[in-house]
Ligand binder design. Structure first.
Ligand code: UDP
Length: 539
């Protein structure tokens, strides 16, 4: 089944000859191990030693050739999680001549993408760390097409949602254990190693407490394009819903972090918004049927947890309501808030937290990984039980965090309603929300300044410019210009916002002074263009 390599027959002897004579060739992008992706011809993997092998010959290429810096700390990150020391990739080196003494290589003829999945049993990690990065790494290299082969080297079994990985290419992904069954020395004819981190928006708190990544490079547009690809592959068609047939999805968890008064919550939502409500859970429905429902919902309500990654399938204009158990501060756990708030996701986000201790149900006697604390010292247990908020902490085994995040919750209806009324200033609105305009202005053209001296203490500075070149092709609601005037040698400047293309400044303009003037265009209040070359204006 899965382990059949290809329908493409390759000429074994030609491949072997090429490996022996050319050795391995590697060319990478990226300055650092954290942003590197490498392309290889004839990268091999020894399944007994569990090591990748680079065969040196006269024709082999290794770029970058880092020497021993290749081990400081590694050539690249094999997962999309930045600089995680269990996710490093490197290879051993051998002369191609050693092939004579080695097991006969088995060639993988497909173009392969080799990577580590980060946590294949958690839906949030599957999407954020694996599927999105794989999808966009494949878009970066044209030969990583629908025929490409994914190879997962982290060493786990399929995990709980392997079908989702199967959507990314027409070929069955290979696991490390499959490689072992296929041969002792596997050689990848053409492979890419590593993942793009361009689409990730969250860091899990390995070096500082968890939170949004410092430099987010993805927008809602790319997330939504990926989401439509997944829906396409799941054979889900975004249905046109008749006017008035709006509904709310409550995503519940069946085994832990429960909403204990779910029926009451559903009733409240139905009454408040005059909409149908439906409950889904990963235990009850297929993933595809859940996505189908969410893709046309007006609102998604759920406890904090991995299932909330499905908010990426909500239509524009929908609302995400995330519930947090007692003593968990929503400000500190924001993977879903950050997702909903990406520019162009066009989702409303609201967090509700349980502040009433009598409404929480704790599980001190569970195993530690489900939030149990009875293994801790008595004093520590008492401290945790008395604490009203989990202090900031690092990933991943903080017992107080696990204890609190695995509580069940009775959602206090009045406070829930209050948060919703306060937060949902506008009703969730699906029909009217169109993708926003994200075209930035070009530079203003032909900026000029003219000066005149009126009197010993009076001068004028006239600045004019032409509209940006792209403006004549655009319908823009509001076009404004920003002018910065700085007296040469001073480190402050005066900013002005102007609706027109010229202006004569006379306040605070001194005679016989040099001013530096910058001009840029702004669309719709917040789409900033670049500044034109600085004008040097002498009065
Ligand atoms: N999960 C679930 N039902 C439950 C509890 C968990 O379907 O009652 C799923 C959850 O969506 C995630 C995985 O099991 O994909 C691991 O859940 P965990 O609580 O470890 O992670 P979290 O949801 O906090 O990210």
């Amino acid at each position: 089944q899965s382990q059949e390599l290809s329908h493409v027959r390759i000429d074994y002897h030609a491949a072997l000859l090429a490996l022996q004579e050319q050795g391995t060739r590697m060319v990478c992008t990226g300055k650092m191990h954290t942003d590197r992706i490498c392309r290889f011809d004839y990268l091999c993997y020894c399944t007994e030693a569990e090591e990748f092998i680079f065969f040196h010959s006269n024709a082999s290429v290794m770029l970058p050739n880092l020497g021993p810096r290749r081990f400081q700390p590694a050539l690249l990150d094999l997962s999309s999680v930045e600089d995680h020391n269990t996710q490093y990739f490197n290879f051993l080196e051998l002369p191609a001549a050693a092939l004579k003494y080695m097991p006969k290589p088995v060639f993988v003829p497909d173009v392969t993408l080799i990577l580590n999945r980060f946590n294949a049993d958690n839906l949030m990690h599957i999407f954020h760390d694996d599927l999105l990065p794989i999808f966009y790494t494949m878009h970066q290299y044209t030969d990583l097409d629908d025929e490409a082969r994914l190879v997962f080297m982290e060493g786990w079994g399929e995990g709980s949602h392997f079908d989702l990985y199967r959507l990314l290419s027409s070929k069955q992904p290979l696991l490390k254990e499959h490689l072992r069954n296929l041969g002792k020395l596997m050689c990848f004819t053409k492979s890419y190693v590593g993942l793009s981190k361009m689409t990730t928006w969250y860091q899990y708190g390995f070096v500082q407490p968890q939170g949004p990544k410092a430099n987010i490079l993805v927008s809602g547009n790319e997330i939504r394009q990926f989401a439509s690809f997944i829906m396409d592959r799941l054979n889900i068609t975004a249905e046109e819903r008749p006017e008035g047939d709006d509904y709310i999805v409550v995503f519940s968890r069946a085994s832990n972090r429960l909403i204990l008064n779910e029926a009451e919550l559903l009733l409240t939502l139905a009454q408040e918004y005059k909409m149908r409500t439906v409950t889904v859970s990963l235990e009850e429905q297929t993933f595809a049927s859940i996505v189908q429902l969410i893709s046309a919902a007006s609102m998604l309500v759920s406890m904090h947890g991995a299932q909330l990654i499905t908010s990426m399938f909500l239509p524009r204009g929908a609302a995400v309501i995330e519930l947090f158990p007692y003593a968990v501060n929503p400000e500190q756990y924001t993977p879903y808030r950050t997702l909903a708030s990406l520019p162009g996701m066009d989702l409303q986000y609201i967090a509700w937290r349980n502040t009433m201790e009598e409404n929480t149900v704790t599980y001190p006697d569970r195993p530690w990984d489900q939030g149990g604390i009875s293994h801790l010292e008595q004093e520590e247990q008492e401290r945790i039980l008395a604490s009203k908020e989990v202090p900031r902490h690092l990933c991943c085994r903080n017992p107080e965090w696990l204890f609190r995040i695995y509580q069940d919750t009775i959602v206090d209806i009045p406070s829930f309603q209050e948060v919703l009324r306060e937060g949902l200033k506008v009703k969730p609105n699906l029909k009217k929300t169109k993708p926003g305009n994200v075209v930035h202005p070009g530079r203003v053209r032909q900026p000029k300044c003219q000066t005149s001296v009126q009197a010993a203490h009076e001068a004028k500075l006239s600045v004019s410019w032409q509209i940006p070149w792209n403006l004549k092709y655009l319908k823009v609601r509001e076009v404004k210009y920003e002018v910065w005037i700085q007296e040469q040698g001073e480190n402050t400047y005066m900013p002005y916002i102007l609706p027109q293309q010229n202006y004569t400044f006379s306040e605070n303009i001194k005679p016989f002074t040099t001013y530096l003037v910058w001009v840029r265009c702004i669309f719709n209040k917040n789409l900033l263009g670049p500044f034109a070359d600085v004008l040097i204006c002498k009065t």
